[in-house]
Design a protein around this ligand. Structure first.
Ligand code: FES
Length: 136
């Protein structure tokens, strides 16, 4: 299997020529205190994620925190039936089924005071254990 992959990779190199690695961009990014990823995928959008994002932005502006917190849209977070969904970093708290009225609590409780809003935060499932490979 690995030989087949190596052969295919060699063919690709021949077809496309040597791979050139682009230089790292000489750009600076702003240092934010927090980052909010709001799902704007189809299902979340249908359930009002656009309004939730607007409400979060309005709350941040009202709290004069709009320069400290970045809000971005993402295409899908994979929990579509529970939307509108968002993840707030740090620490990476998932909020599912958000409504506009949740925005003040998330801004005040999570983004201003630095901790997840427990009653809005999704419960975490324990991670799946890795399957150990049998030794040969
Ligand atoms: S559309 Fe939002 S999680 Fe998939």
């Amino acid at each position: 299997m690995a030989k087949k992959k190596d052969k295919r990779a060699a063919e690709m190199r021949r077809e496309t020529g040597p791979v050139t690695v682009p230089a790292r961009p000489d750009a600076k990014v702003r240092d934010y205190d927090a980052h909010v990823l709001v799902c704007k995928g189809g299902d979340c959008k249908k359930r009002g994620s656009k309004d939730v994002q607007r409400a979060l932005k309005d709350e941040l502006r009202a709290a004069d925190m709009n320069r400290d917190v970045r809000i971005d849209s993402v295409e899908c977070l994979g929990l579509c039936k529970h939307g509108p969904n968002a993840i707030v970093y740090p620490p990476g708290t998932w909020y599912l089924g958000l409504i506009e009225a949740d925005a003040p609590e998330i801004v005040e409780g999570h983004l201003k005071n630095g901790g997840p809003v427990e009653h809005l935060a999704a419960e975490l499932r324990p991670r799946k254990k890795r399957r150990s490979r049998p030794r040969s």
